[in-house]
Design a protein around this ligand. Structure first.
Ligand code: PLP
Length: 462
């Protein structure tokens, strides 16, 4: 007789096993108890200074590249605070350039433990566990697109997006992009990324036409200028363009948002010419009042392909059914570590279910609080502190008139003083912050603003 009793999968039995649950909670608690002992910034420990410097030099030598900051994490932190291997504690307000949701976030530690006991460390082409499916489903559900292909870096997500687009639109192969855009550093993407230094010495095999981005000082004029430039390019190369790449908020350029009117005016022309709309959300994902910035700008009906990464911890290309590729175009041995896929799922669930999104969600609350503190500083030091700029949790300021050397000096002085930010853009060079929503508090934002002001005053006379 065939038994009708449904047997649990062994994997599910493990997850529900009392001993496993108890051990996991014990681990989460012990991490929390150590993490909570980090409560404020502190200077490097004298006894670690020398060995830290030697280790950093060795690390630079291993990489063959110098580090921008003398940063080597210890592996411990608490929310927006991170401990470095020299014993110092700093506010991490650039989050590994937009990756960390919060240091030692208990839900992410838990997700990491669940991942660590799985049969495999990496998932990919012939090795996808249910975690990959769950994450893809979540991203499809919340983006409104039809398909999701996971991968391991923002650049790879963009490469995959371009491959889908180019295959679909062949032989139209020209790409439209914005001045000062950043899309990644593969050989192909470095031809779109608008930075000559990033493509120095690399062979060119892609034709890219650039449009000026939105200028918040002249909204209507800059929209008209971009539309005119687009029409002119399309006339020059009729039928040759496959897609236009959009960053809703230009991150690497210095946190410059566009506007709904600006994007719609361009999209109208693109649609008239059957040119696909590709939105690179590698940096913007999870940082506005919507999960995706294209939703923040109300562009849902017009988007054909979207990529995301950074805060997501696993990268993804989301696309419409019309773009399904022919067999062979997309594949890779692995997409991401099981831990990063689990962490990605936990982050999306947290953003969606724990009050981060929406007009009065935590993302906006943190933004408004920080921005109002920065506005006060700007009003006190109008000659050397402009801004704040940006959108959502992508916040930027222009200190010292955007002179690169002085701004870099300020960023490094902030690091010394206990705040990690990063420089972005050129002419002007800005300081930008990618605020860790899952880790910050209002009082952390206040403390960071105070350090920004004190350091500004010191740097004025340097
Ligand atoms: C908008 C944008 N696209 C793509 C990338 C590339 O992502 P990754 O560094 O993960 O390859 C970045 C990274 O900064 C980015 O900001």
């Amino acid at each position: 007789m065939v038994s009708k009793v449904k047997r649990k999968l062994i994997a599910d039995a493990l997850m529900e096993d009392h001993s496993f649950q108890t051990a996991k909670q014990a681990l989460v608690e012990v991490v929390r108890s150590h993490s909570e002992s980090i409560t404020t910034i502190s200077a490097p420990r004298q006894e670690l200074r020398e060995s830290y410097e030697t280790t950093l030099k060795h690390f630079e030598n291993c990489r063959g590249l110098n580090l921008f900051y003398p940063y080597l994490g210890s592996g411990m932190g608490n929310g927006a605070l991170v401990e470095l291997a020299d014993g110092s504690v700093k506010y991490d307000f650039v989050s590994g350039i937009g990756v960390h949701f919060g240091h030692c976030h208990p839900k992410l530690i838990e997700a990491g433990i669940d991942a660590a006991v799985q049969d495999i460390a990496m998932q990919g082409n012939l090795q996808q566990n249910r975690d990959s499916l769950r994450l893809a489903e979540l991203l499809i559900e919340h983006s409104g697109l039809d398909h999701c292909f996971l991968t391991s870096s923002g650049a790879m997500a963009n490469e995959n997006a371009l491959k889908l687009i180019l295959q679909k639109k062949a032989p139209a192969s020209r790409i439209l992009a914005f001045d000062r855009c950043f899309m990644g550093r593969t050989i192909t993407l470095s031809q779109i990324t608008d930075k000559p230094a990033f493509r120095e010495g690399l062979p060119a095999h892609l034709f890219v036409d650039y449009l000026p981005f939105y200028d918040w000082r002249a909204p209507e004029k800059s929209t008209q200028t971009a539309v005119r430039a687009l029409k002119k390019i399309l006339k020059r190369y009729p039928g040759k363009h496959s897609c236009m790449c959009f960053e809703m908020i230009q991150g690497e350029a210095g946190s410059y948002p566009g506007s709904q009117e600006f994007f719609l005016a361009l999209i109208q022309v693109l649609r008239d010419h059957s040119i696909l709309v590709f939105v690179d959300e590698v940096q913007t994902f999870g940082r506005t009042d919507h999960l995706f910035a294209f939703q923040h700008f109300g562009l849902q009906p017009f988007v054909d392909v979207v990529t995301c990464g950074k805060l997501l911890h696993t990268c993804a290309t989301l696309y419409k059914t019309e773009l399904r590729p022919a067999p062979g175009l997309l594949s890779q041995t692995y997409t991401a570590a099981t831990s990063s896929i689990r962490v990605a799922t936990a982050i999306v669930e947290s953003l969606v279910n724990e009050g981060y999104l929406g007009e009065s969600g935590k993302n906006q609350q943190f933004r408004h609080h920080f921005v109002s503190r920065l506005e006060q500083i700007a009003s006190r030091y109008p000659d050397c502190f402009e801004g704040p700029f940006g959108e959502g949790l992508m916040v930027a300021i222009t200190p010292f008139k955007g002179e690169k050397a002085r701004v870099t000096h300020y960023a490094k002085a902030l690091f010394e003083a206990g705040v990690i930010s990063f420089i972005a853009g050129s002419e002007p060079t800005r300081i930008r912050f990618l605020i860790p929503a899952g880790g910050t508090t209002l009082s952390a934002l206040d403390e960071v603003a105070t350090i920004l002001e004190e350091t500004l005053v010191r740097c004025q006379t340097d």
